[in-house]
Design a protein around this ligand. Sequence first.
Ligand code: MG
Length: 392
Amino acid sequence: MTTEHEPSITVLGSTGSVGEQAIDVAMQTGTRINALSANRNAKRVEEQARAFGIKSCAMADETAAKELKIRLADTAVRVYAGEQGICEMIAEEHGTDEIVLNSIIGEAGLKPTLSTLQAGKRLALANKESLVCAGEIVMKLAREKGITILPVDSEHSAIFQCLRAGEPKQIKKILLTASGGPFYGYSAEQLRNITVECALAHPTWKMGAKITVDSATLMNKGFEVIEAVHLFGVSPDQVEVTVHRESIMHSAVEYTDNSVIAQLSVPDMRLCVQYALTHPARATAVISELDLFRVGSLTFAKPDLETFPLLRVATDAIRAGGAVPAAVNAANEVAVAAFLNHRIGFTEIFDIVENTVGQLTPQARSQSTIEGIFEVDKLARIRAEERISRHF
Ligand code: MG
């Protein structure tokens, strides 16, 4: 029996690039938006709340929450404050077919992911850190609650779509595509002279500063390998990163019979959001049509792991398991912030991450509870910061 369903959505991280695109898709597809959360930008959240008739809003920053309360004083909108407030807002009921889209940036997205699953709500996941830092815990909770996580990232959405062509046990490998970033083909020497300005000039996808740098270092691709391992239950050896400069094929799945099923479209995140909302069905397009004649040809190459070591670091981290991926993420967050603040050079991001992870004690590496992971995260941030202050 099929029932007509009318999904409604809560957008966490509503002022970021993915959040704004998610709201755009919701508007275009007539999906009701229940609630919003953002970090600090109370002015933008006020605009969104008024424009889309939102019931509840949360600001991660307590001062911003106070500001939002004043801005929305003439309305009935409920305003929540802090991380705890975001989690309380998630627990609010908005009907049976609600999806929480988590596009919070960084480790701050982890607790909201857990709250969403605990509330038994469907989770459309754009926050990488939820799976990178605590993939085992998140997937276990999702299984217990019987929730399929809907990936909102071009590669994982592509894989998720390709998986409709076979059974999980028939997967031979996943071909995870990478644009290669803006510095594809650069030598280690050339990378050393990369400035913040060139790093932020990414050619294909519209993204925030942190993820743009992560794309340029290939750390982002490394995180995507970790996410794919958790989301699709494959081993790290079953994920092969393929550099595909055109960003038309968004990933593929090779099955046991050597049939490769790929997903292609123009590069536009809004398709990933839309598919998360309509899965397993499809709806009228919100993105433009793919003109393969204009694209002409598609190319594929192996990534350069010597020049871009963070992809290897991430693969080693998921093999090691425990809190190692969380430490990679924490060190990388600190290093990227230092690069964006002109404190360190581009290739020093590699040094900070590798060094921080190399310093972990066996006891720290093996942590697997949420408390243990937060502990290692904190420690890795301190170590990374120490190295930056001491050496650069
Ligand atoms: Mg991606």
